[in-house]
Ligand binder design. Structure first.
Ligand SMILES: Cc1cc2nc3c(=O)[nH]c(=O)nc-3n(C[C@H](O)[C@H](O)[C@H](O)COP(=O)(O)OP(=O)(O)OC[C@H]3O[C@@H](n4cnc5c(N)ncnc54)[C@H](O)[C@@H]3O)c2cc1C
Length: 380
């Protein structure tokens, strides 16, 4: 039986970032990271690549800002160019009544958190971004937001984790977890058994299986956001772009391809690790793309894909200590916006493992918010 100080379940951006921050803060610690497939092969490696603080709920902003600081030195941290770039981001309104929503976001982000974000009217928008369809009445323009290549980021986190001495076990599917009162016991599908003093649940859309083993299941639903990419075109769209009122977002990579995504999300089979890209969604997104950027009218879609992500009813993640089991901490269910948060989440979870507390406010993400009222009163 292998003995560790900490075991982390899940080799996505959350698990790898946690392992990396832990290993950097406590180099003597014995850490195992267990991943069913390859590090970064699930949501963390297939997402849209938005690295966005703007438009998030106010409760997520401190965590997002902590992450943002780490993103600013991501190449140094991971030793790899992950194509992280502060391209800025646009959220466009095509109806006057949507402007108020954007103005609220700008106030929250600029006045509350000091982000570089501005409102553009239709003339300003047309002047800066002449490729946007006429009919746009204004946009939120956030200069701090950016993008990165998830395929590079997720794998680079895994490699950096290994370089820092973490025992990264890929193709290791955790079959069961338990707590004896003194230690956690983790058993793989192949029968290998590991024990540790603390356990970190970063199992993404499968995180609820781990939580339910400790009597604290949450009402999470797994769904598949829909993605696509066009053939390469001459580069002309710098900001990552979305609209207030239609389910489409897109960005152009420097090589020229337009990466796009949108709703509705498709059903998935987490039990089979299967996700589905629905052709009707791809066709709809291609049409919406042209309605926002008419120059894309003859862009050909060359690939479509999806991924598996966990969504909670209030669209906030589960992040923080277990309510039932000392030594267990959770970081899962990031509701379609965890890529930007990943570096900061790892820093927070590492602090929780090492000292039981974090300097970043995370009360809004407490797992107890889904516990029955009676149980909450007992614990209060
Ligand atoms: C298509 C798509 C587009 C998205 N776009 C964006 C975006 O543009 N910006 C943004 O901020 N966020 C985006 N997101 C969300 C973001 O990708 C996720 O929130 C984030 O990657 C979650 O990271 P994670 O580490 O929690 O999960 P994952 O990357 O899914 O990692 C969890 C890992 O746990 C492993 N695991 C699970 N159970 C077990 C087990 N029993 N044993 C061993 N290993 C196990 C899995 O194999 C998996 O690799 C998107 C998500 C998707 C799917």
């Amino acid at each position: 039986m292998s003995v560790y100080d900490t075991i982390i379940i899940g080799g996505g951006i959350m698990g790898c970032s946690t392992a990396l921050h832990l290993a950097r803060a406590a180099p003597r610690m014995k850490i195992a990271l267990l991943e069913r497939g390859l590090c970064g092969a699930q949501a963390s490696g297939v997402n849209f690549g938005n690295v966005r603080s703007n438009g998030r709920p106010v409760s997520q902003m401190p965590l997002s800002l902590r992450s943002r600081e780490i993103w600013s030195r991501i190449t140094e941290l991971l030793g790899v160019d992950c194509e992280y770039e502060r391209t800025g981001a646009l959220k466009i309104a095509f109806r006057d009544e949507d402007l108020a929503v954007l103005e609220g976001h700008v106030r929250d982000a600029r006045d509350g958190f000091g982000l570089a974000v501005e409102m553009l009217g239709s003339a300003g928008l047309r002047q800066l971004f002449p490729w946007i369809a006429s009919g746009a009445v204004g946009a939120r323009h956030s200069l701090d937001d950016g993008v990165a290549n998830p395929r590079l980021v997720a794998a680079a986190f895994g490699a950096a984790t290994r370089r820092h001495g973490v025992d990264v076990r890929e193709n290791f599917a955790v079959a069961s977890v338990s707590h004896s009162g003194a230690a956690f016991s983790v058993v793989g599908e192949g029968g290998a058994a590991l024990v540790a003093r603390s356990l970190v649940n970063c199992a993404g859309a499968w995180g609820n299986l781990v939580a339910s083993s400790f009597g604290e299941a949450v009402p999470m639903q797994a769904l598949g956001p829909q993605m696509g990419v066009t053939e390469p075109l001459p580069f002309f769209i710098l900001p990552s772009t979305s609209t207030v009122n239609s389910p489409i977002y897109f960005r152009q990579v420097r090589r020229g391809n337009i990466v796009f995504g949108g709703g509705p999300r498709a059903e998935v089979r987490p039990d089979l690790v299967r996700h589905y890209s629905l052709p009707e969604n791809t066709a709809r997104h291609a049409a919406l793309l042209r309605s926002v950027a008419p120059a894309l009218k003859s862009a050909r879609v060359i690939r479509a894909w999806s991924g598996i992500e966990g969504y909670l009813p209030d669209s906030l993640p589960i992040l923080g200590p277990s309510a039932t089991t000392p030594g267990l901490v959770h970081g899962f269910g990031f509701c379609g916006s965890g890529f930007q948060l990943g570096p900061g989440v790892g820093a927070v979870l590492a602090e929780l493992v090492l000292g039981g507390a974090t300097t970043t406010p995370i009360a809004a993400f407490d797992i107890r918010r889904f516990a029955p009222a009676a149980a909450q009163e007992t614990r209060a």
